[in-house]
Write a protein that binds this ligand. Structure first.
Ligand SMILES: N[C@@H](CCC(=O)N[C@@H](CS)C(=O)NCC(=O)O)C(=O)O
Length: 230
């Protein structure tokens, strides 16, 4: 049995990617809660492993050569864990490229655009029509891309992989992004298929009781939405 992996985490779509992966792997892990609404992401000990002041991050006490390694950026963490445990990240080059295409599509597209949709639709102090339309439409376009990809296939790549784990958490709050899954039948079936996995349910439940409503928390808004270079 390997030594527990330290997960630095808060229950959000980016955090869920890694709690889901660790649950899927069934490996031991401990959770270090990084309360991003309270500013824990700026603590020096967290910045030492995650210099972008964003969670998730991990510390694996048994990294390469048996020495500890820390990893930040959810995509890099998923790839690291996939390689380390040789699961959900195929070694066949064509299959691996397919996983990476959809993983990077999520990390560089779906996540940031859906995050901006949440921001303009839920958190912006005044209603900015342009921002709401821009990001709601962009998320709608991305849902369409995903829906077409999932026509006649069960998962984003050839089999269930880290690409599906990266994306599922961002579809959970689809209503907050102004989307209806009824408009995207293949995406809807995929969502139900992936969400029904016991490990996904466990991953989504990690720290659920700590989730707060940022749209009603002025202190969290000032921590999260007023950041400049330090
Ligand atoms: N590109 C990063 C994004 C992570 C991210 O945006 N995390 C958010 C929560 S979902 C966060 O930690 N926010 C803290 C902050 O904004 O200061 C990744 O994929 O790991």
């Amino acid at each position: 049995m390997s030594a527990p992996i330290e997960l630095h985490y808060w229950p959000t779509p980016n955090g869920w990617k890694i709690s889901i992966m660790l649950e899927e792997l069934g490996v031991p892990y401990t959770v270090n809660y990084v309360n991003i609404g309270a500013g824990d992401q700026f603590k020096p000990e967290f910045l030492a492993i995650a210099p972008n002041n964003r969670m998730p991050a991990i510390v694996d006490p048994e990294g390469p050569d048996g020495k500890p390694i820390s990893v930040f950026e959810s995509g890099a963490i998923l790839q690291y864990l996939g390689r380390k445990f040789a699961r959900f990240y195929p070694t066949d080059e064509r299959q691996r490229v397919a996983v990476e295409e959809w993983l990077f599509w999520q990390v560089g597209g779906l996540g940031p655009m859906a995050g901006q949709a949440h921001h303009f639709r839920q958190y912006a102090p005044e209603r900015v029509e342009y921002g709401i339309n821009r990001y709601t439409n962009e998320v709608n376009r991305l849902y369409g891309v995903m829906d077409r990809r999932l026509a006649g296939r069960d998962y984003l790549a050839d089999a269930y992989s880290i690409a599906d784990m990266a994306s599922i958490g961002w579809i959970v709050p689809h209503e907050r992004q102004g989307q209806s899954l009824d408009d995207f039948p293949n995406l809807k079936s995929w969502f139900e298929r992936v969400k029904s996995r016991p490990a996904v349910q466990k991953g989504l439940a990690v720290g659920e009781e700590r989730r707060s409503n940022i749209s009603e928390d002025k202190n969290a808004q000032s921590v999260l939405f007023n950041q400049r270079a330090r």
